[in-house]
Write a protein of this length. Sequence first.
Length: 138
Amino acid sequence: MEAAIEAQTGADVDLDAESGTVTLRGEEGEEMTFTADEGGIELPDDFPSAIPVYPDARAVQYSSMGEGVQAGFQTAAALNDVRDWYVEQLEDGGWELQINTTMPDGGMMTAELEGEALSVILGAEEGGTMIIVTLSRQ
């Protein structure tokens, strides 16, 4: 499978079935890593501490490319509770909220702090809430 992906993308590809991780390396050294498992994954040791992680949320997806990272989490908590917690965490952490939209089945917020931009996308799902956070350096 690695050879097929390499032929299509021109990138050097490493597949680790045990961890569920795919790593692509470009010709100029750029690298993208993607890990996913609905049963849960371990976040890397260098996961940015600037990203608030909802208590008891299970990490199910992680990707990194250059200066940006994205992670997906699932929690049994209600959407409104998760939304309120993220607004509080961002405000208490000194983030400047740029956008805070609310819909019956989800929402999105973006915030900036010291050259970093954070987006949080929330979606109600059966049995809880899906959280996707993206951090990029500006």
